[in-house]
Design a protein around this ligand. Sequence first.
Ligand code: IMP
Length: 193
Amino acid sequence: MKLIFATNNKHKIREISALFDERFKVIGLADIGITEDIPEDADNLADNALFKARYVHDRTGLNVFADDTGLEVDALDGAPGVLSARYAGANMSPDDNIIKLLKELEGAEDRKARFRTVIALIYDNSEYLFEGKVEGEIIHTGRGTGGFGYDPVFMAEGYDLTFAEIPLSEKNKISHRARAMKKLLAFLAQQPV
Ligand code: IMP
């Protein structure tokens, strides 16, 4: 069965489609002719993910899932949250986002943070949400070259290496996205195809 992943990020599609069994063929937006960026301007992750899934479902009627992720920092009242991708501004780099984050946290004692992913699924015309999160803290200076985004400054609870220092295989066991995906996969495994 075809399942649309509402993203144009080829890297994400490759990574995620490897997790599905042969019952599902995961395809991206480009494969169904949707090339425009779907707006992500809701004020929470679930609404952004739902908006993207509905956008595709309304146009195709196909089963579809979409994800949205944010880094939530307690001392910043949950920022950057839904704005994680463009925290330092619309055309700024991941490094600029990190610089801004470290600046905002200067002098803060509480550096607790979490990555949270919400996946919205529309399956047989019904909507479902799956959430995954990983707790940790923001360290003072970036470390490591792996991963992407805020990985160099995020250290998961129980680790003394950042997400940019641990192997990808390890990150994929404990990450917010992996945990949300696991719930999605468990749900789909129970569905008759
Ligand atoms: P998206 O919803 O997956 O596009 O993620 C939004 C933003 O959150 C990204 O642009 C990154 O800044 C950040 N982000 C998401 N996942 C990760 C991760 O695994 N590590 C570090 N940053 C992440």
